[in-house]
Design a protein around this ligand. Sequence first.
Ligand code: ACO
Length: 343
Amino acid sequence: MTGTNLTAENTKNENNARECVGTAPKSFKIIGTGSCVPSRVVTNDDLTVFLDTSDEWIRSRSGIEQRHICTTETTSDLAIGAAKNALENANTTPDEIDMILCATISGEYICPSMAALVQRALGAQCPCVDLSAACTGWIYLMDTAAAFFARGGIRKMLIIGAEAMSRIVNWHDRSTAVLFGDGAGAAVLEPGENYLASSFVTAGGDEVIAIPTKNGISPWFEKEEKLPLVYMDGQETYKFAVSNLPKRVDEVLAKAGLREEDLDWVVPHQANKRIIDSASRRLKGVPADHFCVNLQKYGNTSAASIPLVLDEWNRAGKFQEGELIVMVAFGGGLSSAACLVRW
Ligand code: ACO
């Protein structure tokens, strides 16, 4: 995906949801958001019971104070909860949804897709597919949605980032276990002109972040099995993140012909407060308190992290119509991506 720049012609033709069918709308507008987290809260102190760590280390190195962790909930339960919440917020019924896209790396099934599980639970009837791009999954959802809207024939679309990272975190590895949490966020989209630009970079490889799947039971396969858990070189990920976040933001602004000062909000991937602070120091045109942060409550929820914070800010009424918001993420792949939307 090379990214899109949809600003130029987007000011014509105010499509409404019904009229767009069979035509070629330019992009979309977010008309509702939702989220869902498991009820069990695990504090940093809770982790010290079985890990050689401390609340002070976790707070000072990452900014995380607690995370929500599944006990009886599955990843799809969270996805379904966020989807229902977003539909309600968008005043939309499942029969109006023409496509469901879901991003996850921690679903309880490889097949059926998470999106198909959500479809069944909602009683919707539409095509469904999952995307896998780890923590940048949400930006890929937005861009894929934009491409489908540009093709035409979609009235409303539901996109969901859902993760139960607790299923795949190595709870014996203090350098990764303390960072992750579970949750889901969703948005309902309709044809509009509010998706302005995007930028994607992937530096492919499994050296820095890898989550293997199980080998299976083939009697012929000879390679050693790695446990299907998160492996992460934290320092290399950190370096990739601090250099790539500001670059992606610069790129989407350049594509849209805008400056940092034009931005109202930055919604970054919620992995580490130090990474967000570093990006904030680089992007001087945006006030530090206009970087949306809620990682202290949820930790890193991978593909769910941006929609979780988006929903919190939306429900708190902090985004005003017409404001410019950049969403920017990094993670497994290695990948990084940003997109620019008008609220
Ligand atoms: N508690 C106490 N000490 C710890 C812990 C812990 N939980 N984890 C590591 N340490 C120790 C290390 O052993 C090391 O000790 P040593 O100096 O005696 O060897 C020391 O703390 C410092 O470790 P560093 O790795 O240098 O710590 P750093 O300051 O780099 O912070 C961190 C580590 C928080 C992981 C940071 O590198 C980071 O946030 N990286 C980015 C991770 C990320 O954002 N991932 C997102 C993508 S994930 C995805 O896509 C699935």
